[in-house]
Each structure stands twice: as structure tokens, then as C-alpha cells.
Design a protein around this ligand. Structure first.
Ligand code: NDP
Length: 374
């Protein structure tokens, strides 16, 4: 029964997009990445990764080895030893290697179509804006920036330069997530009532930039709480009306002298849907629970690299397990090659909406008041 439901749902989902619902959040079609690369005869987009840290190395570069319509064409790094290592490993010519000083010369490099900014959060605005001025389309990691104003500047710079701007919202392309979005918006289990969305982990190295407000913009909310905010928005297809929030206790004064250790928040959504969110750098937790009039949907793990696991009140979900970053980049580049645009649901405007909400959560936690969002 459960298998039938999930298979049927999956088949309905394939290539169909948003279907019959009038949801604000358009569901992208699934692009599964097979183990062996199929033959692809079209033009491949060249991507340059900026900042060769953990996410670039362990996820994006690995994903780019699996994609068929884009490839790792260039790198931008402040660490010469990494440049040497990556050139060898990925067969990147020296002319496609930049540092943070000479990065602007990328304007003259025809091999690079998309610059992908994977730097600490505070550096996103500068490098997105410089990439735009160099005439390159830009992907930026989440959170798009540490402030609403910076997001606006980034959007304007990309608009002025006539380039695309996207945020690396990989869950938008993930099959279990997409199925939960579809079931929620098509009211498979009736009207939604309550969403519980939590993402936290126990942070390591106390000296890392994630614990410095000037670089990270905040603590776990900026880093992983943003996934919970995103989930509330993509599941409902609506925007929150108001938020209340509370900072959790600080149990490690040294580590959390600059950013919050944890924060909980409550959104009022249209149609009387309530959302509880929680994020932490001290608690291992990762789930998206949605209860509706006639049943529930539950993803756990819900946001990490997978495999994502899901079940509903009718049983387990059986869907393809994909490499998140390959799956996302393949889908984005497919749409760009066909339309010259990135998918609208990952646009800079979406990053700006999240920045506004994150800022309201901090404000509400700081002053104890309900903050209106519309
Ligand atoms: P890391 O700290 O692992 O890497 C950041 C890299 O940025 C460094 O290795 C370095 O690369 C470069 N860098 C330049 N200046 C600095 C500086 N002053 N301090 C530290 N690093 C600097 O971070 P992550 O890779 O984990 O995160 C990067 C971005 O990706 C963040 O915005 C994060 O939120 C996002 N992210 C997204 C994920 C997702 O699932 N979508 C998952 C993880 C992260 P180099 O030596 O090449 O100059």
C-alpha cells in the first residue's frame, strides 16, 4: 500500500512539475543521476568553485564528477597548495586558477560560465558582486548573506550585470523532499495543521569561523536553522505571517560567546498552520514532521547529504537516493541551457526572503515580542 502510494506519487512527479496545485513554490522535476554517465552531446557549462573548503571539496567537486551538463572548469583559492592539488586531481589548466586578488580577471575566461561562491558567509556578497561585474552567472551558498541589505545589493549587482543569481538550495531537488512538498501542496493528507522542523549538530573546533558572528552572521540559525525556515516555506508554498522566538541556554560560555548556542521559534502561517523550529550547535537533531487532517509525513534525516528517509501515516516512502549536489547542479544547468535562466525557486529573491525571516527570528528572540513578517 505504502509502496504503491509512493510509486504512484513518484511517477506523477516525474517531469510533471507543479501539476494542478496553485502553490507559490514551484516543484522542480526530478533529475536522477545514474551511476554511469549517459552520453551527453550538448554544451557543458564550466563552473568555477570559489573557496576550496569542506563543502567545495567533499560535496560540490565530487558532485561535479557525476554531472553530465556541467563540469569543474576552474578554481579560486587563497591557498596555493590547494591550487596545485586540485589542478592535478581534476585536470584544471593553470589559466583557470585564480586567487582572491586576481579573481576579477575571470571576466576574460570563456571556459567559466558559472562562478559558485562557497566561502564563509560574510564573504558571499563581495564575491557574488565581483563575479557579476566580471559578467559571470553566480551560484552562492546558503545563507546568501548575513543581512537583508547585502542580499539586496547582490541581487541588484546581478540584475545590473544581466547575470543569473542562484542560491544552493539543494533540498529543492531532492526526491523525498519534493514528494513531501507535492503531498503537502496537493493535500494528499488533507489540510496541513502543524510542522515541526529541527536541525542541529554538535559543533567541533571552537576557533572556526562558524562561531564568529562577523563571519557567520550568527550561530546555528544561519548555518542549519535556515533549512528549517526553508522547509516551512517549501512545504506550505506560503510565507510566514509572524514569528516569536527564544534563545536557548548557553552551556558553554567560551564557545558561544559570540553566537547563539540554540534558538527555538514559532511561525504563524496562513490557514492557521503553526510551525515550530529549533536549531542548535549542541544537539544532534534532524527532522521534518508535518501533520495534516488525515495523516502525517515525516523525513528524518531531512536535510543532511542523505540518504534522506521518509515515511507517512501510510508507510515508508521508497524513492531514488541521489547525490544531492550532482542532482542540484544537473537540474540547474539543464534549466539554464534550455531557458538561459536558473530555476526561479533558487533565485536571489528567495535568499533575500530567508534573510528577512532569519533577521526577524533574531529580533523576536532578542526582544521577546511577536514580529510581523507581512
Ligand atoms: P570551510 O571553512 O570548510 O571552507 C571555507 C573556505 O573558504 C576555506 O577553506 C578557504 O578556502 C576559504 N576562505 C577564504 N577566506 C577564509 C577565511 N577568512 N576563513 C575561512 N575560510 C576562508 O567552510 P564550508 O565549506 O563548510 O562552508 C562554506 C560555505 O558553504 C558556507 O557559506 C556554508 O554555509 C556553505 N555550506 C553549505 C552546505 C550545503 O549543504 N548547502 C554545507 C556546508 C557548507 P581556500 O583555502 O581555498 O581559500
Amino acid at each position: 500500500m505504502a509502496e504503491n502510494l509512493s510509486r504512484r506519487s513518484f511517477i506523477q512527479n516525474l517531469g510533471v512539475g507543479i501539476g494542478t496545485t496553485a502553490a507559490a513554490f514551484a516543484i522542480p522535476s526530478i533529475v536522477s543521476i545514474p551511476e554511469s554517465k549517459p552520453k551527453y552531446e550538448g554544451r557543458k557549462l564550466g563552473i568555477a568553485l570559489v573557496g576550496l573548503g569542506s563543502y567545495a571539496k567533499n560535496q560540490l567537486a565530487v558532485g561535479l564528477e557525476k554531472t553530465t551538463n556541467c563540469y569543474l572548469a576552474g578554481i579560486v583559492t587563497g591557498t596555493p597548495a590547494k591550487a596545485e592539488e586540485w589542478m592535478k586531481k581534476y585536470n584544471i589548466p593553470k589559466k583557470n586558477v585564480y586567487n582572491y586578488q586576481n579573481f576579477d580577471q575571470i571576466a576574460d575566461n570563456k571556459d567559466i560560465d558559472i562562478v559558485y561562491v562557497v566561502l564563509p558567509n560574510s564573504m558571499h556578497p563581495e564575491f557574488v558582486i565581483r563575479a557579476a561585474k566580471a559578467g559571470k552567472h553566480v551560484m552562492c551558498e546558503k545563507p546568501m548573506a548575513n543581512s537583508v541589505e547585502e542580499c539586496q545589493e547582490m541581487i541588484k549587482a546581478c540584475k545590473d550585470a544581466g547575470v543569473q543569481l542562484g542560491v544552493g538550495y539543494r533540498m529543492h531537488f531532492e526526491p523525498f523532499t519534493k514528494e513531501v512538498i507535492r503531498m503537502s501542496q496537493e493535500k494528499v493528507f488533507g489540510d496541513l495543521r502543524f510542522i515541526q522542523s529541527n536541525f542541529g549538530f554538535r559543533i567541533g573546533d571552537p576557533t572556526q569561523w562558524r562561531l564568529k558572528k562577523a563571519m557567520a552572521g550568527g550561530g546555528p540559525l544561519m548555518d542549519v536553522g535556515i533549512y528549517c525556515v526553508q522547509a516551512a516555506r517549501y512545504v506550505t508554498g506560503k510565507e510566514p505571517l509572524a514569528v516569536t522566538a527564544q534563545f536557548g541556554p548557553i552551556t558553554d560560555q567560551e564557545r558561544f560567546k559570540d553566537v547563539e548556542e540554540s534558538v527555538s521559534w514559532q511561525f504563524d502561517f496562513p490557514d492557521a498552520v503553526t510551525v515550530n523550529g529549533f536549531t542548535s550547535y549542541k544537539t544532534n537533531i534532524e527532522q521534518l514532521f508535518i501533520t495534516a487532517d488525515k495523516g502525517f509525513m515525516h523525513l528524518s534525516p531531512a536535510y543532511s547529504y542523505g540518504p534522506i528517509k521518509g515515511r507517512t501515516s501510510q508507510g515508508d516512502l521508497h524513492l531514488p537516493v541521489v547525490h544531492h549536489q550532482a542532482n542540484m547542479l544537473e537540474a540547474i544547468c539543464k534549466e539554464f541551457l534550455e531557458t538561459k535562466q536558473f530555476p526561479p525557486h533558487i533565485s536571489g529573491e528567495e535568499g533575500l526572503k530567508d534573510a528577512r525571516i532569519l533577521s526577524a527570528i533574531y529580533e523576536a528572540a532578542g526582544n521577546g515580542k511577536k514580529i510581523k513578517l507581512v
